[in-house]
Design a binder for this molecule. Sequence first.
Ligand code: NAD
Ligand code: TDX
Length: 332
Amino acid sequence: MARLLVTGGAGFIGSNFVHHVIKNTDYQVTVLDKLTYAGNRASLSALPEDRVRFVRGDVVDSALVGELVGASDAVVHFAAESHNDNSLQDPKPFIHTNLIGTFTLLEAVRAKGARFHHVSTDEVYGDLPLDDPARFSEDTPYNPSSPYSSTKAGSDLLVRAWTRSFGIAATISNCSNNYGPYQHVEKFIPRQITNVLYGIRPKLYGDGRNVRDWIHADDHSSAVLAILERGRVGETYLIGADGEKDNKSLIELILTLMGEPANAYDQVADRAGHDLRYAIDPTKLREELGWRPRYGDFTRGLSATIDWYRQHEEWWAPSKAATEAFYSRLGQ
Ligand code: NAD
Ligand code: TDX
């Protein structure tokens, strides 16, 4: 498996994955990325040019995808429209990239025979009640809530069908909420950190009781690599690191770590259809593949992430004003 094609490799998790692969393997990587508003070429700078090739293009371009898949041993598919709030305003790009893009890749894999790993989300399972210890497992029925999560659910089902009907060598992973460097400022943690850095009050949707299960992006990367190398073809693996936190506690923790009063935030309009709680049971991944997260201490990982945003204003500042203008139109 020496030649990897990584779609969406200029995005948040894709770029963290490329850094992880270059550090921990001797693979050659080709990144295919459209560089939408969410992609940033700078997230891949400082990587060795003789090991990472960048191709700007769209995953629905079947000629380009066919050529790149044909020259690869394995494909890791991160490319997606990834933000729930955007999907509530304009679902169309989500259909284009998440559904037609995944279909296009599957057809290329069917024709060329490469190993395929599909990166997905725990949001395909819908949400869990707040007052219940239940967690998502590989057997939880699909029940997505938003245009984003429904297109991710659809893409997972396409992968399952192509595996069963056409015998492609695919695996799927469904991961919980990621944090770490190179995350777009539209997402919860970077939005609040960069708000504080700019003297804007952090913004909490609704009452903030909603729970997310946080994992560092580098731990997500090590899990994807383990599944790619040692996972059983045809299987789904859930990825999570026992990181449940409610949004209110998390906004207070960010403020405290940044030296501000814990209550110095605004409560704003809630997200439509806002999922209450996500929680992953990662037993299969741990027991079958021996995977363990390395960022066990969430507060330490969050502090390091805050430091990264402090030190990389040139990376995030160009997106900040447009992101806040979008949110202020929504009253968020
Ligand atoms: P992101 O929005 O930061 O990055 C997406 C990348 O895909 C960008 O570089 C963008 O330019 C590229 N892209 C978008 N449309 C494209 C197209 N048509 N053709 C080629 N490239 C295109 O997203 P992310 O947060 O890094 O998420 C990556 C993957 O991981 C997604 O599939 C997402 O569903 C999944 N996931 C994300 C999380 C999370 O917490 N962020 C959790 C679980 C799963
Ligand atoms: O300003 C905010 N205030 C706020 O309270 C923002 C941007 C979000 N929120 C809330 C909404 C969610 O409950 O914080 C939580 C996290 O929000 P997001 O960062 O938008 O993530 P989420 O909707 O949970 O989805 C993320 O995890 C699963 C990723 O964006 C998805 O791509 C992934 O599939």
